[in-house]
Ligand binder design. Structure first.
Ligand code: P6P
Length: 312
């Protein structure tokens, strides 16, 4: 709604965009705004908190950094304050955490993906998926929204509620302002981001495709943080990111619920593809919160060509 007394602002805020440009109902809009506020505190924590170990481990037996625990706490606090979350699933918690059984949404998140890279000053990120009602038994295609926040030289928020993918910059006064709308991913990749490369020692198909991509002289872009590496695909409008199985991680290292599911939703909204090598990630039924999946995501012709070789 615009009128003479409410002209379209020069810099569209995240709230304005959710209100006027996306099919998000008010509760979902408020929840996304609350999560975006949590990300501001996480961004500040990254700048100010020491990078040491917390002395605890998460459900995967991975050592938790103080920043992992702090980021998880920040998100939990904002989800509680929203009053809109019945439960959440976090990489840092071993069970589904119940908040309010009468609330409409479930939230899945990796609060600080790539946190082990913070001491190297690499870009790291938060990954979020939102469902109506419960998560277990659903597929990532049933998400009503997905978003990520990338903490790098700039703090960037990217979201979709099912009508395209839109990118925002956190400005100096703490407002997320629109940078780009309707991000697209071309069918063919010039860049590739090969994760779990150690798998080429047991997975000949993976080895063959990596060799082919090198022969094609695709440009290697890999940081070790999937938020940064997949944002690179969105920012360049093409690319392919992979993390497939090997002896260390037979199903690949990445988790379906709070890593691959949200990114599959976003990438397909941008015209790309996301597969486990056999089926679309979006169609994989969530049976356990800690299930892992191979992931091939990005430009659909490259996703499909690797999936075909892996499935052969
Ligand atoms: P590898 C970070 O810990 C993470 O979960 C993803 O962000 C990243 O893509 C992957 O693990 C890195 O895996 O095998 O390169 O160490």
């Amino acid at each position: 709604m615009t009128s003479a007394s409410c002209p379209v602002p020069e810099n569209l805020s995240l709230n304005y965009h959710l209100l006027h440009k996306s099919p998000a109902e008010d509760d979902l809009r408020h929840l996304i705004i609350d999560i975006s506020r949590a990300a501001k505190y996480i961004s500040y924590a990254i700048q100010t908190t020491e990078t040491g170990l917390s002395g605890n481990t998460n459900q995967f037996g991975e050592e938790q950094l103080k920043l992992d625990v702090l980021s998880d706490d920040i998100l939990r606090q904002h989800l509680c304050e929203s009053g809109l979350v019945c439960c959440y699933i976090s990489e840092e918690q071993k069970d589904v955490i119940e908040l309010d059984s009468k609330a409409p949404y479930s939230v899945v998140f990796d609060p600080l993906d790539g946190s082990s890279l913070v001491d190297a000053n690499f870009s790291i990120g938060t990954i979020v998926g939102i469902y109506k009602g419960d998560v277990i038994g659903k597929t990532p295609r049933e998400q009503v929204a997905a978003m990520y926040v990338l903490y790098g030289p700039r703090t960037i928020l990217v979201y979709s509620t099912g009508d395209g993918v839109h990118e925002f910059l956190l400005n100096d006064v703490g407002e997320y302002v629109l940078l780009r709308e309707y991000l697209g991913i071309a069918d063919n990749a010039k860049n590739y981001s090969p994760g779990n490369l150690r798998a080429v020692n047991e997975n000949q198909a993976y080895k063959q495709v990596m060799a082919t991509w090198m022969e094609e002289e695709k440009t290697l872009r890999y940081s070790g943080c999937m938020v940064a590496d997949i944002h690179h695909i969105f920012s360049k409008g093409q690319g392919v990111f992979t993390n497939v199985g090997g002896s260390a991680y037979p199903e690949g290292k990445l988790r379906l619920v709070f890593e691959c599911g949200p990114f599959a939703y976003l990438v397909e909204q941008a015209g790309g593809a996301a597969s486990d090598g056999h089926v679309p990630i979006l169609d994989k039924k969530i049976t356990d919160i800690d299930m892992r999946t191979p992931l091939i995501v990005g430009s659909q012709n490259d996703v499909n060509s690797l999936a075909k070789v892996l499935a052969a």
